[in-house]
Write a protein that binds this ligand. Sequence first.
Ligand code: HEC
Ligand code: HEC
Ligand code: HEC
Ligand code: HEC
Ligand code: HEC
Length: 198
Amino acid sequence: MPTSRSLKVVLALSLLVTVSLVGLVLFGLLRAWWSTPISVFGFVPGQVEQPIEFPHPVHVEEAGIQCDFCHRSVAKSEAATVPPLELCVACHMDLPNGTFAGMGHPSVEHVKELWEKGEPLDWKRVHRVPDHVQFMHEPHLNFFREQQGLETQQVCSLCHGDVGAMNEVRQVEDLKMRDCVDCHKQNNAPTDCVICHY
Ligand code: HEC
Ligand code: HEC
Ligand code: HEC
Ligand code: HEC
Ligand code: HEC
């Protein structure tokens, strides 16, 4: 009978599709859970080439500037944001004299040059979760500051390491699904898929 035969074909096909879909999801899950990015073609995970060198230590350890002074929206919006050129200029330029603090350092000279040409500084992203993942800084900062009494900088270092001591920011934690879920379990934070996946 042609109808039951085509039915069988349809059934077989849909089974095949289901199996391969499940396989794909499982594969993705296992990969996301266990793997660290492999370095191929000279790509070193967590390391990017910035347009200029920005030394965190002179700012954080020597000048004592707080992380959230420069990463202003870290506790307020989805993105922590890196400071725009204007903020460098606001600190480094001595307005009455028109002189720049730190001149002689190639980065500061570059900042001044861009400023005069009216061009922005295009920082490259170091940390980024895939698009299907939802991450917000705010609940993390609130929880660890208010409920665990940590200082802002100590909270950042849970996921970013000691950035204040890095002359070049690199990613030190995997921040893969396993890391997120492990910490959520330890702190009784939710682990439902939809919390982190749209
Ligand atoms: C004077 C301003 C300033 C201060 C203070 C500062 N940062 Fe930054 N931060 C920057 C700039 C500029 C960049 C982008 C360039 C780079 O990656 O080095 C950056 C980059 C970063 C990145 C990488 C962003 C990405 O693309 O993934 C992290 C994480 C970070 N900072 C954390 C911190 C932490 C934690 C502190 C406090 C211990 C801190 N910063 C203090 C200016 C600052
Ligand atoms: C809140 C004020 C502040 C902000 C914002 C700031 N700086 Fe600085 N910066 C300082 C201070 C203070 C020093 C240490 C004193 C000095 O060397 O003049 C410094 C030092 C530096 C040095 C080292 C200079 C040297 O001779 O070793 C560089 C490079 C530099 N800053 C670049 C930047 C860049 C790029 C930005 C913008 C992303 C920036 N700074 C934003 C205050 C700031
Ligand atoms: C619970 C882990 C965690 C903590 C705590 C944390 N971060 Fe992040 N941070 C991340 C992840 C994950 C990303 C990548 C987010 C994305 O791709 O949307 C990120 C991205 C960033 C970026 C990249 C630029 C952007 O706009 O998002 C900056 C800057 C940053 N964090 C700074 C900080 C600072 C400063 C603190 C402390 C006040 C902090 N982070 C605390 C996990 C964390
Ligand atoms: C260092 C521990 C830690 C790490 C690592 C961590 N989280 Fe969290 N996260 C928490 C805690 C604790 C809360 C609960 C805060 C609260 O109760 O308000 C939370 C809350 C959240 C929330 C909000 C949940 C809600 O109630 O709406 C999201 C979304 C989230 N985390 C995503 C992530 C993602 C994605 C990652 C990995 C990239 C991650 N977290 C890594 C500790 C962590
Ligand atoms: C606390 C946050 C969090 C929770 C809860 C969570 N995930 Fe994830 N998941 C992530 C992050 C972060 C990644 C991205 C890892 C990476 O960088 O590749 C990810 C990746 C994945 C991927 C891989 C996609 C790919 O591109 O490789 C799948 C599939 C997935 N998650 C399914 C789930 C399912 C199913 C659940 C519920 C049982 C779940 N996740 C719960 C954070 C979470």
